[in-house]
Write a protein that binds this ligand. Structure first.
Ligand code: GLY
Length: 358
C-alpha cells in the first residue's frame, strides 16, 4: 500500500492499494448514515458501479446510504447539461452539505464530478476513485475540475480538492495499452519536470512496462509526488503550476487539428518531443537531455512524428480560447529534473514549432 498526503487548501490522502475498491467504505470512514452518490459513466458503471460489486458493498457495510448517477461516456458529455442533470439528481434526493460524491472513472468523470461537488450547495465533499492510468497519474490529484463549453475545452470550472483519492491497481487490467500510454505521457512529463528516477524506471523496463501493474503503480506514485510538491506551492496556478503544462501548447494544438482523434497523452508525448527539440536547437536544453526524452518516449511506445505542419499547429494553438494577450508561456526542459517557464511573443510561436519538428 502506498499513501501520500497532499497539503493543499484541503489536506487529503492519495491511497494506492490492490483491492482498494472493496475497502472504499473503510477508507472514507465516518459514514453515520450519510448519503454518498457514485458518479460514473455508462462504460465504467458496467465494470465497477453495480450494486453487486465490492465497491458498493463496502460503502453500504460502512453505513453509507448509496445512490448512483450514470451519464453517457465521452468528451461530448463533459458539459453543463450533464452537470445540471447531476445537480438536479442530488437536489431531488435531498443531498445535504454533509453528504458526498464519489467520482468513479477517468479524467472526464473526475473533472465533472469535482465541478458538481464544487457547486452543489456551494460545495460538498468528493472522493476521487480513478479507473484510468491518466487519472491516477495526473487528473485526480490537484483539484482542477471543470467542463467544456461550446467555445472550447475546460472553459468553466473550479479549483476544488477531493477529500480522498483511492486507486486500486487491479483496474489497470481492463485498460488497453493505448489508454495506459495516455497516462504514461503524463508520468514522463513529471519525470522531465522534477524526477529523473521516473525516466530511469521507464527507460530501464525491458518491454513489460505496460503489463506490470506494480511498476505502473510505483511510477504513478512518483508522478503524484511531483505534482503534489507543485500544487502545494501554487494550487491556483499563479506561477509554478504552469510547469505541469510541459508539452501541452503543442499537444492541445495537435488534439484540435486531429479533431480529438489523437488522444491527450499521445499528443502530450509529441508535444514534449517538439518542445525539447526546439529548446535544444535554441541552446536552451542540453542536447543529451533532449535525446534522452525522445528515446524514452519511443521506448514507451509513442509515435512522435507530428502529422500537422507548423502553420496548422500555430493556428490551432493561437485560437485556443483560453489564450490571452500577445505572448504565450512555454515550458522549457533544460536538463534532467529542471524546467523553466519562458514567455515568447505569439509571432514567434510558428518559428519555435518549426525548430521542434522531428
Ligand atoms: N494537469 C495539470 C494540472 O493539474 O495543473
Amino acid at each position: 500500500m502506498i499513501k501520500l498526503t497532499v497539503n493543499a487548501s484541503r489536506k487529503y490522502d492519495v491511497v494506492m492499494e490492490r483491492g482498494a475498491l472493496g475497502k472504499a467504505g473503510e477508507y472514507i470512514g465516518k459514514a453515520n448514515g450519510r448519503k454518498i452518490c457514485i458518479i460514473t459513466d455508462d462504460n465504467v458503471d458496467k465494470l465497477y458501479g453495480q450494486s453487486e460489486h465490492a465497491l458498493w458493498g463496502s460503502l453500504t457495510s460502512a453505513g453509507f446510504d448509496v445512490y448512483k448517477y450514470v451519464f453517457p461516456s465521452g468528451e461530448d458529455h463533459k458539459n453543463m447539461s450533464t452537470v445540471t442533470g447531476m445537480l438536479e439528481f442530488l437536489a431531488e434526493h435531498s443531498f445535504t452539505r454533509s453528504d458526498l460524491l464519489l467520482a468513479l472513472g477517468g479524467g472526464i468523470t473526475g473533472d465533472i464530478t469535482g465541478f458538481t461537488a464544487a457547486t452543489y450547495l456551494r460545495g460538498i465533499e468528493f472522493i476521487q476513485v480513478p479507473t484510468s492510468f491518466l487519472a491516477v497519474v495526473d487528473s485526480s490529484v490537484g483539484g482542477k475540475t471543470g467542463v467544456n463549453l461550446s467555445s472550447g475545452k475546460n472553459l468553466a470550472g473550479a479549483f476544488w480538492q477531493p477529500s480522498l483519492v483511492l486507486f486500486d491497481p487491479d483496474v489497470l487490467d481492463t485498460l488497453s495499452d493505448e489508454l495506459k500510454l495516455d497516462g504514461m505521457a503524463e508520468a514522463i512529463k513529471a519525470g522531465i519536470i522534477a524526477d529523473p528516477q521516473i525516466l530511469t524506471m521507464i527507460g530501464s523496463s525491458a518491454g513489460e512496462l505496460l503489463d506490470d501493474n506494480d511498476l505502473l503503480t510505483e511510477i504513478a506514485a512518483k508522478a503524484v509526488k511531483v505534482k503534489r510538491t507543485i500544487v502545494e506551492e501554487d494550487e491556483r496556478e499563479s506561477g509554478k503550476r504552469a510547469l505541469l503544462n510541459l508539452g501541452h501548447t503543442a499537444a492541445h494544438a495537435i488534439e484540435k487539428c486531429s479533431d480529438y482523434g489523437i488522444s491527450h497523452g499521445h499528443a502530450v508525448a509529441m508535444g514534449m518531443a517538439m518542445i525539447s527539440a526546439a529548446a535544444a536547437a535554441e541552446g536552451l536544453c542540453e542536447k543529451a537531455f533532449h535525446e534522452e526524452i525522445v528515446s524514452i518516449l519511443k521506448q514507451a511506445g509513442f509515435a512522435l512524428t507530428c502529422p500537422y505542419n507548423t502553420k496548422e499547429l500555430t493556428r490551432a494553438a493561437l485560437h485556443d480560447k483560453k489564450r490571452r494577450g500577445d505572448s504565450i508561456t512555454l515550458v522549457i526542459p533544460e536538463a534532467a529534473g529542471s524546467c523553466r517557464l519562458k514567455k515568447i511573443p505569439v509571432g514567434e510561436l510558428e518559428a519555435f514549432f518549426e525548430k521542434g519538428l522531428i
